[in-house]
Design a protein around this ligand. Sequence first.
Ligand code: SF4
Length: 302
Amino acid sequence: MARERIERLKRSKNAIILAHNYQRPEIQDIADFVGDSLELARRAVETDAEIIVFCGVDFMAETAAILNPDKKVLIPDLGAICPMAQMLTVEELEEAKEKNPDAEVVLYINTLADCKALADCICTSANAPKVVETMDSDTIIFGPDHNLARYVEKRTSKRIIPIPEYGLCPTHHQIAVEDLWEGKKNHPAAEIVVHPECIPEVQEIADHIASTSGMVRYCKEARGKEFLIGTEVGLLYRLQKETKTQGKKFYPLSESAVCPQMKMHTLTKVEKALEFEKPVVLVQRELAKEAWRAIERMLRIS
Ligand code: SF4
């Protein structure tokens, strides 16, 4: 069984498996920790393991590698590339900085190391308004997600300059207002809980907006028994698993909210990664040093 072999390899190599909330159920089950980007970054800092197998997308594994220069960070499938992180380029960021010399730069963790290295601070969907409000400047260059930028602007006193021109998560952006009405029609008692990467119109109708782990916390503590969930469908497995004894029910706002890149890791690929200790996530040393400064600032703030 792949599962048993993975457990054996983990023990013999002093390895840990970190998995994002959107991973396949079997990956969530084998992981030592399942969480959102902020929690995974924290875990990556805290672990004593010599090898981290990162079941998430490229920018998350890169972040783990930046935070752990002395550890081996493996990603089971190199094709797990977040399309949103690809949307922001160094050139666009430099241009925005030149045009707005007094602004500070806060970048969503969903960016690559070369952009992170140019940021003043990083944020995640769990802490974005708090991080932005803490900055000294009144104007903040923020990227790459425009929906998250709007969410932050509404909750802080800062002027937000979103970059690039169009930055979005294809998985969240396609969740439409019609999906909410349809969901409400089918489940009138359900609370609507959505991610800040959803479009503003969807956020406005929702009962609660949170990061993925924030959604888990909210649904566990809420009195309600039914929830319509507006994020990647992988989160529903964790929600169902962790509220089993509470008899709660979860429905996706959109069945097609699937991130193909998040689903690329399989048990076989995790086993191979552990056995051969590759593919290794490498970040150029100077870039990593600069990006670390911005990530570490976020971890201190939050
Ligand atoms: S869900 Fe969206 S932001 Fe997250 S990895 Fe997939 S494309 Fe990127």
